[in-house]
Design a protein around this ligand. Sequence first.
Ligand code: FPP
Length: 255
Amino acid sequence: MGIFDRLTGKKPEKSQTMGEERAVPRHIAVIMDGNGRWAKKRGLPRKAGHKVGAETFRTIATYCKDIGVQYFTVYAFSTENWKRPQDEVDALMNLFRTYLREAAETMVKRGVAVRVLGDLSVLPADIRQQIDEVHALADTLGEQAATASLCINYGGRDEIKNAVRALAREVREGRLEPDAITEDSISAHLYTAHMPDPDLIIRPSGEVRTSNFLLWQSAYSEYYFTDVLWPDFSTRDMDAAIDNFNQRSRRFGGV
Ligand code: FPP
């Protein structure tokens, strides 16, 4: 079996870079960092960095689909990002509105299921409605469709806390024995319940930390860090990350 498919049991996709065959990760996740610094370097407001970052997301999500990545997941807004200036929060919410509108119009034609992961209960009502519409359309796409997930108002600890609460309720109602709680049943109560764990997590912008992103799911993920700021992140940078991933030896705790 290949280097990263032991968890999924699936054969990896192959793609060509510079004439060489390489394995493409089934699930790639990205912490889209560095938008603010990108804007500052140009004397622009931070929201200009997010706007270009959203364009980069479109480009990279499309590229991932084209090369056979089945799941592409990005950290778009954390549970902590509400602390940012209102103007910046509003600009991000507007970018989500625009993208969700586009997704609703083009998703079926493009064959990419768009999902939003996180505690959506506190999002503005119009965005929640857009998300409901997008999820309803995503549900009509078959299992084979690629999935692009936006983590919005997402926090890894918050996600685990919610899963623990749900399991505790099942125990209290007598539907679950505490000893019947398994790693799989915890995974099944996360926002990512229906997708495999990420094989590769990319963090651009020179920061080297996980920032509360996919804490449970990243137990055996490979991390790739680069100094490139997210708005500058190109398909070449994605190729470099995948090539680097291909050089890793994933042992999942074995030898
Ligand atoms: C972190 O960079 C980035 C965010 C908090 C927001 C990421 C959101 C986007 C790229 C827009 C996404 C929109 C769609 C439609 C997918 P930072 O602002 O913390 O950068 P800094 O560390 O340089 O200040």
